[in-house]
Design a protein around this ligand. Structure first.
Ligand SMILES: [Zn+2]
Length: 134
C-alpha cells in the first residue's frame, strides 16, 4: 500500500473526529495485516505528516492534514472519471485507491477542470476544495 493511501485514511478518520488512529483502524479499512498498517503509520510519522504516539497511534499535524485533504480530493476526482467510464461506486473507489499515488499534478488539474460542476463523487462524498493549496 502506498503512503498516499495511508495519509488519505488518516485524513478520513480526522474528518470523522478521530484524531489519533491506531494500526487496527488502517488494517480494517485496507484489509491488510496490523503489522503492515503499523509500518505505514510509522512511515507517515517519519515523513513528518504527524507523530506516532507509542501505545496510542498516529496523529496528523498541519502538513499531514493539508496533504491528506489534497489526496482525498484527487481520489474523488479519479472516482468521477471512473464513474464516467461505467464503474460502480465501490469499484471506482477500489480503482481510485490503486491509481491515486500515480496521478500527476497536471492530470489532477485537468480532472478538476472537467469535473468543475460536480459537487459529489460517485459514492456521494463531497469533493472538497484544497488541491494545490487552493
Ligand atoms: Zn467517493
Amino acid at each position: 500500500m502506498r503512503i498516499e493511501t495511508y495519509l488519505r485514511l488518516a485524513y478520513k478518520a480526522y474528518t470523522q473526529g478521530i484524531e489519533v488512529i491506531g494500526p487496527s483502524f488502517i488494517a480494517k479499512e485496507l484489509e491488510i495485516s496490523r503489522p503492515s498498517a503499523y509500518e505505514g503509520l510509522i512511515k507517515l510519522a517519519s515523513m513528518e505528516y504527524g507523530e506516532y504516539i507509542p501505545g496510542e497511534g498516529f496523529k496528523l499535524n498541519k502538513k499531514g492534514i493539508e496533504r491528506g485533504k489534497e489526496i482525498t480530493k484527487k481520489h474523488r476526482l479519479i472516482e468521477c472519471l471512473l464513474g464516467n467510464l461505467g464503474f460502480d461506486a465501490e469499484s471506482a473507489c477500489t480503482e481510485a485507491t490503486k491509481l491515486e499515488p500515480f496521478i500527476s499534478k497536471e492530470l489532477s488539474k485537468r480532472l478538476e477542470e472537467v469535473f468543475r460542476d460536480r459537487v459529489m463523487c460517485p459514492c456521494g462524498e463531497e469533493i472538497e476544495l484544497g488541491i494545490d493549496g487552493r
